[in-house]
Design a protein around this ligand. Structure first.
Ligand code: NAD
Length: 377
């Protein structure tokens, strides 16, 4: 029998639990270890679960200490699902032990962390892949196909929004925050990877300049942190591609999460989501076509549409894990590299700083740049 990939998961909150269960459906995977500083997440039934993980995975060893798990579990892979502001230290520790990593997004919370993680990845014999599931949605695949066929031409302007509605005092909000405060604390524009990731797959240069504004805070809710209700950033590449992004803190309407528009020199493609209606529209002058064509905007990546096992955010999660485990089994490069991860993550860090400086245009640097610095000028 082929050797199975020995997987451990750190962070057993809402996302960690889902990716652990979904990983267990892969024949090539063995979930040997799981770790959380809150043992209730292992031993007790949690929100949206039918039974405790300890009952579902009796063969898996639970650890309260991440270091102990790395030292003792003999892992091939660790999936990092701690809060969005504390991924880097977990990734670095695993890479230092040559354990492969799938890290949820954003990869890092600061430029200093970016430098440390970049250096750790260069030295490691293991790979780190960025767990950016929206890069596996139908829209991303169609956009790349459209671009590769020359039907879009050169993209020159793009727009994206990720608006997640929030209702004070709701059960969902209570559950989403029960494992820690990172959701309340995270600056909205820092959670930009879902929006930038898919768009950057057809832009072969980094975002270089940013200006960002926040709306300020308009709530007297007792459980809220005083952060911007909405943040609006504009980015530009060196060659002049402009990307506009909206990210919310507060939103009282269920208007739909992920919207994208891409303007190219030959064509156009958009994904518009208004809750129950998700649609992708496109046209290309290469086909002398002025009418917009329309297709379903569901998340399911086309190649997985007939796969009954493809679940999790409409199938994107399954596709992401499938690409990752196939790369691990074959000894291939990571499906979404750390470089790609930083290209979609660091713009959020610079955008936050620009908003603090009243929209000042900042030049963005990346760890592979010659003039890289952890200080923002
Ligand atoms: N890609 C997506 O679709 C998607 C969706 C939701 C969340 N996420 C990401 O997934 C990650 C986790 O989100 P969540 O909703 O599960 O958060 P969560 O707060 O529910 O879970 C995080 C868990 O990490 C644990 N943890 C913290 N410090 C630890 C430590 N030192 N050792 C071991 N465990 C520790 C916490 O106890 C908690 O249970 C975040 O980075 C978030 O951005 C991604």
């Amino acid at each position: 029998m082929e050797k199975k990939i020995r997987v451990g998961v750190v962070g057993l909150g809402h996302r960690g639990r889902e990716l652990l269960k979904l990983s267990a459906t892969f024949d090539c995977v063995e979930i040997v270890a799981a770790c959380d500083i809150r043992p209730v997440n292992w031993y007790e039934q949690q929100w949206l679960s039918t039974s405790p993980l300890s009952d579902m995975f009796p063969e898996t060893t639970f650890y309260e200490s991440y270091d102990k798990m790395l030292n003792e579990a003999g892992l091939d892979v660790v999936i990092v699902e701690t809060g969005a502001d504390i991924h880097a230290e977990f990734c670095i520790k695993a890479l230092e032990k040559d354990i492969n990593v799938l890290s949820d997004i954003p990869n890092v919370a600061s430029l200093k962390e970016a430098e440390l993680l970049w250096n750790a990845a260069q030295k490691s014999e293991a790979i780190i892949s960025t767990g950016a599931n929206p890069n596996y949605q139908k829209f991303t695949f169609l956009l790349n196909e459209f671009y590769d066929k020359g039907l879009l031409g050169k993209p020159y302007c793009m727009e994206a929004e990720y608006i997640h509605w929030s209702l004070a005092g709701s059960a969902e909000r209570k559950h989403l925050n029960e494992n820690g405060d990172w959701r309340k604390l995270l600056i909205p524009i820092r959670y930009c990877t879902h929006s930038l990731g898919p768009l950057l797959t057809i832009v072969h240069e980094e975002l270089r300049y940013v200006s960002c504004f926040g709306t300020g805070y308009h709530s007297d809710e007792p459980d809220s942190i005083r952060k911007d209700d909405m943040m609006c950033a504009q980015f530009r590449t060196e060659s002049g591609v402009v990307v506009r992004l909206m990210r919310n803190g507060r939103c009282r309407a269920k208007i739909g999460h992920h919207n994208y528009r891409v303007f190219g020199t030959e064509g156009y493609m958009e994904r518009v989501e208004r809750m129950d209606k998700m649609v992708i529209r496109y046209n290309s002058m290469k086909e002398l076509d002025t009418d917009l064509k329309e297709t379903g905007g569901e998340y399911m990546p086309p190649a997985y549409a007939d796969n009954e096992k493809a679940v999790g955010h409409g199938g994107m999660d399954y596709a992401m894990l499938d690409y990752f485990y196939k790369a691990i089994a074959a000894g291939d490069a990571p499906p979404i590299s750390l470089k790609q991860g930083f290209e979609m993550t660091l713009p959020g860090i610079y955008a936050e700083e620009s908003a603090k400086r009243n929209g000042q245009v900042l030049r963005m640097k990346y760890p592979w740049d010659e003039d890289w610095s952890t200080e923002i000028e």
